[in-house]
Design a protein around this ligand. Structure first.
Ligand code: NAD
Length: 470
C-alpha cells in the first residue's frame, strides 16, 4: 500500500520547519510563527427553494504580527479547516516575502457554487459575510478578505455592501474587502493581478541565465513549451499573457473534464471561450483531447504551471513529471514528499508563496486606494504629461529639430492607474525573486528557492516579534 503523504497543512508546516532549522531563532519563536492563532467555524442556514439549506464555513487567522490580516475566501465543495489553516499560513509567509504589511488569514465556505443560482449565491454570500462581520473576521482594520477559488469581484461586492450596511458610520468601510469591481471601489488590474505576477516572476527568472541553466533550460520564455492546469482566474491570465506577450507555446491545458494537447500551441482565448460555453474543454477543435486530465501533468514540456488546486503533484506522479521548471501558480500544488523528490531530480520549483503573490500585492494597492479615497494617478497624471511636453519643447528649441512622433507620445504619456499598478506589481515580483535567489545561492544550507523564500518570511516575521518585545 502507498505510504500516506502529508496533508496540505502538514506539508506547509514541514516546509516551514525545514527553513526554520537553518536559522538561529530564540527558543519557541519558530513555533509561535508557525501556529495558527485562531480559527472560527460557523454553520448557518439560508432558506430557498422551499427548504432550509445549511452551510459550513471557516475563517482562520494565522498571524497578527501585522494588521489587518489578509487572505481570500474560497468557495469549494471540498474545502475544510485543514485547507483554510494551510492557506492562512501561506498568506502570512507570502505577505512577508513580497513586503506587503499584512498578517495572514484565509476563509472557506463548503459549497459548490455551480449548483446555485446567482440569486441564491448572493443570499448565501451575504449571510456568510454577516456571520464573519459579527465576529470581526471581516473589518477594514483587522481582517480583509479577497477572492480565491470559486469567488471573484461579484462576491466581493456583495461582501463590501453587507459590511457597509452593518457599519454605515465607518468611513473606510469599503476597504473591508479587496478584489471588488472597479465601480465598487476596486482597482484597475486586480482581476489579472495573480496571473500577471506569475508572468513577471517568470520573466525575471529568465533574466538570470545561470538559474535557467540550473533548471536544464536555455534562452528566454519565447518558444518554451508550457502545460497549464486550471483555466480559471489565475490560469487563464498567466496562460494568455505568456502566449500573447512572451511567445510561449501553450501545448496543453488541463481542466476538470480532461486535457487538450497541441504541439502547435493552443489559443488560450479560444479555449477559454469554449470552456465558458460548454463547461469543459472536451470538443475543442484542432487539439487532441484526453479525459485523463491528470496524465497531462506528465506531458513533455519545459514549464509546468499548476494553477488549479493543492495536492496535484505527489509521490505517485512526481517520478513521471517531465517539466524542467514547475511554476506554482496555485497554492500547495506539490506535497512535501514530492517537493523533496523533485529537488533531488534537479527540477526547479518557483514556490507558491512567492509566485502567486501578485494578487495580494494588488489587493494591498486597492486597500491603500480605499483608505486614501482617491484613484492612483488622479493628482499627477496630467502634471506628468505637461512635464513631458516641456521636455519636448526644450529639446526642440535647443536642437532646432522636431522630436519624432513616437518619442513624443511616449514622453507625454502620464501614468494612469493601470500603468502604476502594473509598475508596482512588476517591481514587487522582480525584487522578491532577486532576494530569494540571493539567499538560495549565498547560503549552502538552503537547497532550493522554496526554502529560501520561507527563510525570508521567517526572518522578517521573527524580527517583527523581537522588536515588538513579545
Ligand atoms: P478559479 O476558481 O478561478 O479557477 C480554478 C480553475 O481550476 C477552474 O477553471 C476549475 O474548473 C479548474 N479546476 C478545478 N479542479 C480542477 C482539476 N482537478 N483539474 C484541472 N482543473 C481544475 O480559482 P483561481 O482564483 O484561479 O485559483 C486557482 C489557484 O490559485 C488556487 O490554488 C488559489 O488558492 C490560487 N490563488 C488564487 C489567487 C487569486 O487572486 N484568485 C491568488 C493567489 C493564489
Amino acid at each position: 500500500m502507498a505510504k500516506r503523504e502529508h496533508t496540505f497543512k502538514e506539508s506547509v508546516d514541514l516546509m516551514f520547519d525545514r527553513a526554520a532549522a537553518t536559522l538561529d531563532l530564540p527558543t519557541g519563536l519558530a513555533d509561535q510563527i508557525k501556529a495558527n492563532n485562531n480559527v472560527y467555524q460557523v454553520r448557518f442556514f439560508v432558506k430557498f427553494r422551499d427548504s432550509y439549506h445549511i452551510f459550513t464555513g471557516w475563517r482562520s487567522v494565522h498571524s497578527e504580527h501585522r494588521l489587518p490580516v489578509k487572505g481570500g475566501i474560497r468557495f469549494s465543495p471540498t474545502v475544510d479547516q485543514d485547507d483554510v489553516e494551510a492557506l492562512a499560513a501561506l498568506m502570512t509567509y507570502k505577505c512577508a516575502i513580497v513586503d506587503v504589511p499584512f498578517g495572514g488569514s484565509k476563509g472557506g465556505l463548503r459549497i459548490d457554487p455551480r449548483k446555485f443560482t446567482e440569486f441564491e449565491l448572493e443570499r448565501i454570500t451575504r449571510r456568510f459575510a454577516q456571520e464573519l462581520i459579527k465576529k470581526d473576521y471581516i473589518n477594514p482594520s483587522q481582517n480583509v478578505p479577497a477572492p480565491d477559488m470559486g469567488t471573484g469581484p461579484r462576491e466581493m461586492a456583495w461582501i463590501a455592501d453587507t459590511y457597509q450596511t452593518l457599519h454605515p458610520e465607518d468611513l473606510n468601510a469599503i476597504a473591508c474587502v479587496t478584489g471588488k469591481p472597479l465601480s465598487q471601489g476596486g482597482i484597475e488590474g486586480r482581476v489579472e493581478a495573480t496571473g500577471r505576477g506569475v508572468q513577471y516572476a517568470l520573466q525575471e527568472f529568465f533574466r538570470h541565465p545561470e538559474d535557467v541553466k540550473r533548471a536544464g533550460l536555455e534562452g528566454g520564455l519565447g518558444g518554451k513549451k508550457i502545460v497549464i492546469q486550471g483555466l480559471g482566474n489565475v490560469g487563464f491570465h498567466v496562460a494568455k499573457f505568456l502566449e500573447e506577450e512572451d511567445d510561449a507555446k501553450i501545448v496543453s491545458i488541463i481542466e476538470r473534464d480532461g486535457a487538450l494537447f497541441s504541439d502547435q500551441g493552443l489559443s488560450v482565448e479560444k479555449v477559454f471561450a469554449h470552456l465558458q460555453e460548454h463547461g469543459g474543454v472536451k470538443g475543442f477543435e484542432n487539439a487532441t483531447y484526453t479525459q485523463d486530465g491528470a496524465s497531462a501533468l506528465e506531458a513533455e514540456c519545459d514549464i509546468l504551471i499548476p494553477a488549479a488546486l493543492e495536492g496535484q503533484i505527489t509521490l505517485q506522479n512526481a517520478p513521471r513529471i517531465r517539466a524542467h521548471l514547475i511554476a506554482e501558480a496555485a497554492n500547495g500544488p506539490v506535497t512535501y514528499e514530492a517537493d523533496n523528490y523533485l529537488r533531488e531530480q534537479g527540477k526547479v520549483i518557483l514556490p507558491d508563496a512567492f509566485l502567486n503573490a501578485g494578487g495580494v500585492t494588488v489587493s494591498y494597492f486597492e486597500w491603500i486606494k480605499n483608505l486614501s479615497h482617491i484613484r492612483f494617478g488622479r493628482l499627477d497624471r496630467r502634471h506628468e504629461e505637461i512635464r513631458g511636453q516641456q521636455i519636448i519643447d526644450a529639446l526642440e528649441e535647443l536642437l532646432g529639430k522636431s522630436v519624432p512622433d513616437h518619442l513624443k507620445s511616449n514622453l507625454t504619456h502620464g501614468g494612469d492607474e493601470l500603468d502604476l499598478v502594473r509598475s508596482g506589481l512588476e517591481d514587487t515580483m522582480r525584487t522578491a525573486y532577486q532576494n530569494i535567489r540571493e539567499i538560495h545561492l549565498s547560503r549552502d544550507e538552503i537547497p532550493d528557492l522554496r526554502t529560501a523564500s520561507f527563510v525570508i518570511a521567517i526572518e522578517k516575521i521573527s524580527r517583527a516579534y523581537i522588536e515588538m518585545g513579545l
